[in-house]
Design a protein around this ligand. Structure first.
Ligand SMILES: Cc1cc2nc3c(=O)[nH]c(=O)nc-3n(C[C@H](O)[C@H](O)[C@H](O)COP(=O)(O)O)c2cc1C
Length: 151
């Protein structure tokens, strides 16, 4: 299903929540910073930390994603089918997405440095740790359903 430019923009500029479930239906939901749209109907999520999420994806490819841009009063739920790639062209995109996210973090740190220096320091340490991480895989989601959750 085609995502509008607005849906894509909200996904590409906010944290999303990724819900998966085991084959017997036990749900799991995690926050995700590394998520970007790559076409009108596909998005890519970088797996650096997945545990239960990865197990679930291997058992059951159906996922739901929730995302909000509250300052714009926009919120969406998307559902789709996921595929895991641990190498190849799509996997290589993980590095680009991680670099982009670094820029988002740098901006946040520079704002905090003035207003909340202790927070900036903690965050910088976290970012340093993240620089040592290698993506384990990328998860391609083919979006099949889109709902606005703003009422
Ligand atoms: C704000 C935030 C953003 C996160 N972004 C990602 C991400 O982009 N990729 C990732 O693999 N883990 C990310 N995580 C970690 C996952 O949310 C989660 O902790 C990890 O998948 C392990 O949980 P699980 O065992 O349920 O999969 C993020 C955590 C937080 C708090």
């Amino acid at each position: 299903m085609k995502m509008s430019d607005e849906v894509k923009r909200v996904i590409n500029n906010n944290f999303v929540h990724l819900a998966t479930s085991s084959k017997d239906g036990k749900p799991n939901v995690v926050p995700i910073g590394l998520c970007r749209t790559i076409s009108d109907h596909e998005l890519l999520i970088v797996d650096v930390h997945f545990k239960k999420t990865r197990e679930n994806l291997e058992e059951n490819p159906q996922v739901a994603i929730a995302v909000e841009a509250l300052e714009e009063l926009k919120a969406y739920q998307l559902k789709g089918e996921a595929k895991i790639f641990s190498q190849g062209e799509l996997y290589e995109k993980a590095f680009e997405i991680m670099k982009e996210q670094d820029k988002v973090r740098e901006k946040r740190v520079s704002v905090w440095r003035e207003k909340r220096p202790a927070m900036a320091e903690r965050f910088e340490k976290l970012v340093e740790r993240h620089h040592k991480l290698r993506p384990k895989a990328v998860v391609l989601v083919d979006v099949e359903e889109i709902y606005s959750t703003m009422r």
